[in-house]
Design a protein around this ligand. Structure first.
Ligand code: PLP
Length: 416
C-alpha cells in the first residue's frame, strides 16, 4: 500500500505526466474532472487483453472467451468488494455515469413513477442528472422539484428536509459538484430520503478518485460512477442498485446477452445485472477498470484525500492573489475551482494556459443551470488530482497572473 501517501510515488505510476508535449513544455494536467490519467498497470492490462485473449464474453466455449469472461466477472467481484457491496450482482457495468443515470431514470421511472409523483434534484446537477428527469417530466408528467442550495452551493439540508411529501418517490443528487467543488453530505441526504420513504440515487461521477466509498454503510439505493474519472479506461463505469429494485426495473437497452428466451409472442429477460447489459460490452474497459480498482486498493485513501485538501487550500490562497479574478463558490477540499479573469473570455484564458502546457477546462461544464445561478456564460475550471503538485500550482498561477495582466482580447463574433 502507498502508506502515508507519497505524491511522487503515486505520480510515478502515470507515464503521460512525464512525457514532454510537442512544444517541449511539460504537461500540467489540471482537467482531472473531465477524465483522470491512467496508471501504467491499467494501460498494460488493456494491451494484454487485446494482444493475448481478445474475445467476446458470456458466449464463447473456447479458452480466450473463458479468460475474457473471467476477467470481466472478476472486475464485478473486486469492485463489489472495494465498495463493500455484499452481492456483486448489484453492480451493473455501464459506459459511465450518464448511462447509469439513464438506466435508473428509464428503468425505475417507467416502472414506478406516475403523473404527479415528485422527484427531488439539486439545482446545480450535471446535465447527465438533469435531462433524463426532464424527459420523464414530459413523458409521464412527474414533477421535478429543485432543492435550494446553501452558500457553498451544496444542498441546503434544512430546506431539503421540508420538501418531502407522500408524492416524493426519488431523490437524485450529485456527490461532488463538478463546477465549484462543493461536497454534499450524502450520508445525511440518504437518511432523510429514507426517513421520508423515498429512494435515492447518488451521482458519484468522480467520487472514487480521492474517496473510499462504503456503499453498504451509505445505504443509498443507486450509485452511479464513471471509471474513467477514477483512473480506469474510457468506456468504463458502474451503476450500483439494490437487487430488489434492479429486479423490478425495466431494462433500458434491449438486445443480445440480456434475454433467456425470445419468442414471436414475448420474451423473458435474464436476471440483473445481465438484464441491464445488452449487447457486446467494452470488455477491455471493464477489465482495465478492474486493474484500476486494484491500483486504488494500494493507495492509502485518507492520506491521499488529506494531500488533495492541502493542495486545494494552497491553490485557493494563490488564486485569490491574482488581480481581477472572481472565484465562484468555496471549494470543500475537493480540488475543484471555477473562476473568471476580469475582461477575458474563459476560452481565451484556457487557450492561453494551453499554450503554456497547462490543461484546464473552460465553458459551461455540462452544467448550464449552474451558469444561470452564477449569472455567467462560462468559467475556467481547474480540477486537481492527488498526482498534482504544489510546483505545478506555482507555474499555473504565474501563467494566470501573466494572462490577467498582459492578455489583450481580440474582438470576437458569435461567442458568449
Ligand atoms: N455527473 C457529474 C457530476 C460529472 O462531473 C460528469 C462528468 O463530468 C457526469 C455526471 C457524466 O459523466 P460521464 O461523461 O462519464 O458519463
Amino acid at each position: 500500500m502507498l502508506r502515508k501517501f507519497s505524491p511522487e510515488k503515486f505520480r510515478s505510476h502515470f507515464p503521460i505526466l512525464s512525457k514532454p508535449l510537442r512544444s517541449g513544455k511539460e504537461l500540467i494536467f489540471f482537467d482531472n474532472l473531465a477524465t483522470t490519467q491512467k496508471p501504467q498497470c491499467v494501460i498494460d492490462k488493456i494491451s494484454e487483453f487485446y494482444s493475448t485473449y481478445n474475445s467476446n464474453v458470456h458466449r464463447g466455449m473456447y479458452e480466450f472467451s473463458e479468460m475474457a469472461t473471467n476477467g470481466y466477472e472478476q472486475t464485478r467481484t473486486s469492485l463489489a468488494s472495494y465498495l463493500c457491496v455484499k452481492d456483486p450482482r448489484e453492480i451493473v457495468f455501464v459506459r459511465g455515469t450518464t448511462e447509469a443515470i439513464n438506466i435508473v431514470a428509464h428503468g425505475f421511472g417507467r416502472r414506478f413513477l406516475i403523473a404527479s409523483d415528485e422527484i427531488l434534484i439539486g439545482a446545480v446537477e450535471h446535465h447527465a442528472n438533469y435531462l433524463p428527469w426532464q424527459i420523464l417530466e414530459r413523458e409521464i408528467g412527474i414533477r421535478r422539484r429543485i432543492i435550494p442550495l446553501d452558500e457553498n452551493h451544496c444542498i441546503d439540508i434544512g430546506k431539503y428536509e421540508k420538501m418531502f411529501s407522500d408524492r416524493t418517490k426519488l431523490v437524485a443528487i450529485q456527490h461532488i459538484n463538478n463546477v465549484v467543488g462543493g461536497v454534499n453530505d450524502i450520508e445525511k441526504l440518504v437518511k432523510i430520503a429514507h426517513k421520508n420513504g423515498a429512494k435515492i440515487l447518488i451521482d458519484g461521477a468522480s467520487s472514487l478518485a480521492s474517496k473510499k466509498i462504503n456503499i453498504s454503510k451509505l445505504d443509498c439505493d443507486f450509485f452511479a460512477c464513471s471509471g474513467h474519472k477514477c483512473f480506469g479506461p474510457m468506456g468504463s463505469g458502474f451503476l450500483f442498485g439494490k437487487y430488489g429494485l434492479l429486479m423490478e426495473m425495466l431494462p433500458y437497452n434491449v438486445g443480445g446477452n440480456m434475454v433467456n428466451t425470445v419468442r414471436f409472442e414475448e420474451s423473458i429477460f435474464k436476471m440483473p445485472p445481465d438484464k441491464f447489459e445488452a449487447g457486446t460490452p467494452d470488455v477491455a474497459a471493464v477489465i482495465g477498470f478492474g486493474e484500476a480498482i486494484k491500483f486504488l486498493e494500494t493507495v492509502d485513501m485518507p492520506s491521499a484525500q488529506a494531500y488533495l485538501g492541502e493542495l486545494t487550500s494552497y491553490l485557493g490562497k494563490k488564486l485569490a492573489q491574482i488581480s481581477g479574478i472572481t472565484i465562484y463558490g468555496k471549494p470543500a477540499k475537493s480540488g475543484i475551482f471555477s473562476f473568471n479573469l476580469e475582461g477575458i473570455h474563459a476560452h481565451d484564458v484556457a487557450t492561453y494556459l494551453g499554450n503554456e502546457g497547462i490543461a484546464v477546462r473552460a465553458g459551461t461544464h455540462c452544467a448550464q443551470p449552474m451558469m444561470q445561478i452564477l449569472n455567467v456564460p462560462g468559467t475556467v475550471r481547474i480540477s486537481l488530482c492527488p498526482y498534482n503538485t504544489a510546483k505545478e500550482i506555482d507555474i499555473a498561477v504565474a501563467a494566470l497572473g501573466a494572462c490577467a495582466t498582459t492578455f489583450k482580447p481580440k474582438p470576437r463574433l458569435g461567442r458568449n
